[in-house]
Design a protein around this ligand. Structure first.
Ligand code: HEM
Length: 238
């Protein structure tokens, strides 16, 4: 049952990621500034070219992300996982720097500029931590940082879903929906991700802690089996 829920969740995530990348980011490949959905800053000539870099690299990262969480792909094709991982991180580096620039020159107002600018910084930071941990061989920490980082990448999806729901269904003024989206699209998903990470870690540590007390043999063997299933979480280094 849990596996079915996980598969449906993954499918939904991949579908939304690909859909948003095709609908919102791909048009920028035409290099025609008429496709821009946001007003361009007339005083900044580089605004549109930088937006093109941001949309294309962000779109590619959004599409690659879900496949990096497939354990089967990682186990069967580790070289492919590594190559896609490198492309993903390069996309975040370029997309994140371009996002920071776009936030600075944006004409969307202070609230949006600050929300997206802050997001760009933690997007870059979490990608750096994911890279640093895997270079040191800390696989479990790398997984945790990648989860955080992809949650932030996925903000691009939540952002646009909230715009649709808020402006079209709830008929909230567009400016207010846009401003709230620049903060809630990443803060709320990040809280959910942190909750999942904590749950897994706490459960693993609680199981380990119970070994310190004397237990009947049957209960102890059940705990050992449970601990074995949580091995990926317990084997965090550093
Ligand atoms: C998660 C970190 C991200 C940050 C910090 C960020 C930041 C920004 C900023 C500052 C703008 C300009 C907004 C404005 O001036 O009002 C923008 C626009 C845009 N971003 Fe991102 N972005 C992120 C992720 C993504 C991803 C993953 C995609 C992939 C679909 C993406 C696609 C776009 C597109 C297509 C635009 C132009 C507006 C539009 O046509 O919808 N962004 N982004």
């Amino acid at each position: 049952m849990a596996q079915l829920v996980r598969r449906i969740g993954w499918g939904l995530m991949a579908l939304l990621a690909i859909g948003i990348a095709l609908a919102f980011a791909a048009p920028y490949l035409s290099l025609n500034s008429a496709v821009s959905r946001i007003p361009l800053n007339p005083a900044v000539t580089l605004h549109f070219p930088i937006l093109v870099i941001h949309a294309t690299t962000g779109g590619l990262a959004l599409v690659i992300g879900p496949f990096q969480f497939l354990r089967r792909l990682f186990a069967k094709r580790p070289a492919l996982h590594r190559t896609l991982g490198r492309i993903y991180l390069i996309c975040i580096l370029l997309g994140g720097l371009a996002a920071l620039f776009s936030a600075l020159v944006s004409t969307s107002g202070f609230v949006a500029q600050f929300g997206l600018g802050f997001l760009a910084i933690i997007w870059l930071y979490s990608a750096y931590r994911a890279y640093e941990t895997i270079r040191k061989g800390h696989i479990q920490l790398h997984r945790i940082w990648m989860r955080r980082n992809y949650t932030l990448t996925f903000a691009a999806v939540i952002f646009r879903l909230w715009l649709l729901v808020g402006a079209l269904l709830l008929r909230i003024p567009f400016h207010a929906v846009y401003d709230t989206a620049t903060w809630f699209s990443w803060i709320l998903p990040l809280l959910v991700t942190e909750w999942f990470i904590n749950q897994q870690l706490l459960q693993a540590l609680a199981v380990r802690g119970r070994h310190a007390v004397q237990l009947p043999a049957v209960e102890k063997s059940q705990l050992l089996a449970k601990e074995k299933s949580l091995e990926p979480v317990l084997s965090i280094k550093g």
